[in-house]
Design a binder for this molecule. Structure first.
Ligand code: ADP
Ligand code: ADP
Length: 228
């Protein structure tokens, strides 16, 4: 599903964020990406949804080579990938319903299908009764559930989350993790960069540790491995 071979990334200011990365992730896996600040975790996940382009190496996402993909094909790649951010990135003036429906409107889903798809996904994340609220009227955990709903409403094969619980208190974070586990149980590949030792050591999954732009550990049911 995700294959990276000898991947390097040097930004235009000369900073090398990744220094030869090799990864194979199969469909349906749940993978944590861990490591110190500045290690290259965000760069690694941004390469997967082509927010960042590799300087060298090969990246194949669900059969598509993201290095040579034509610009006009990037939207098709992105449709196969749902992305969840630490700061939610919801549209503040739109309701919960509209934030999610928007993701379907941009891919030109037929209007008659949109309502059912949005309500189904709101049911999955437990927010059916908040469809008419705007993001400001929701708690942080609820906003993150809306952003997960938006990420999965297209039924992507892959969900990528960059520190999705970084702005949430521990109790709320467990609820968000239940939602990701549910998404994964439906066959979606989940990639999650995180700084949460508690989560990684409690909900055991494959752990890929990155330090100074290199993979230093890749273990099934791994440990977080760092102090806080
Ligand atoms: P690139 O064109 O290499 O993809 P961006 O357009 O993402 O780079 O960023 C433009 C500039 O912003 C970079 O060259 C850098 O100076 C600065 N920048 C952005 N984010 C960071 C960061 N996290 N650390 C250091 N510099 C950054
Ligand atoms: P992490 O997510 O593990 O904190 P990042 O991938 O954000 O690591 O950053 C890895 C390195 O690349 C850092 O030195 C960071 O400052 C640098 N960096 C990240 N984004 C940019 C950018 N857009 N432009 C220049 N440097 C960047």
């Amino acid at each position: 599903m995700i294959n990276m071979k000898d991947v390097y990334k040097t930004y235009s200011n000369g900073v090398t964020a990744l220094n030869g990365i090799n990864i194979d992730i199969d469909q349906g896996e749940f993978v944590y990406i861990v490591g110190p600040s500045g290690a290259g975790k965000s760069t690694l996940v941004k390469l997967m949804y082509r927010e960042v382009k590799p300087s060298d190496g090969t990246i194949i996402i669900n059969g598509t080579d993201v290095k040579t993909i034509k610009e006009r094909k990037v939207p098709f790649l992105r449709r196969q990938i749902g992305v969840v951010f630490q700061d939610f990135k919801l549209l503040p003036k739109l309701s919960v319903y509209e934030n999610i429906a928007f993701a379907l409107e941009v891919i030109e889903e037929q209007p008659r299908n949109i309502r059912k798809r949005v309500m189904d996904v709101l049911e999955l994340v437990g927010l059916k009764n908040k469809a008419r609220f705007i993001p400001d009227e929701l708690s942080g955990g609820e906003q993150q559930r809306v952003s997960i709903a938006r990420a999965i409403v297209n039924h992507p094969k892959i969900v990528i989350a960059d520190e999705p619980t970084g702005n949430l208190d521990p109790e709320t974070s467990w609820g968000i993790m239940r939602t990701f586990e549910e998404v994964n149980a439906r066959g979606t590949t989940v990639i999650m960069a995180t700084h949460s030792k508690e989560i990684v050591n409690t909900i055991k999954k494959r752990v890929i540790a990155v330090e100074d732009g290199l993979i230093v550990r890749d273990e099934q049911r791994g440990e977080y491995g760092y102090e806080v």
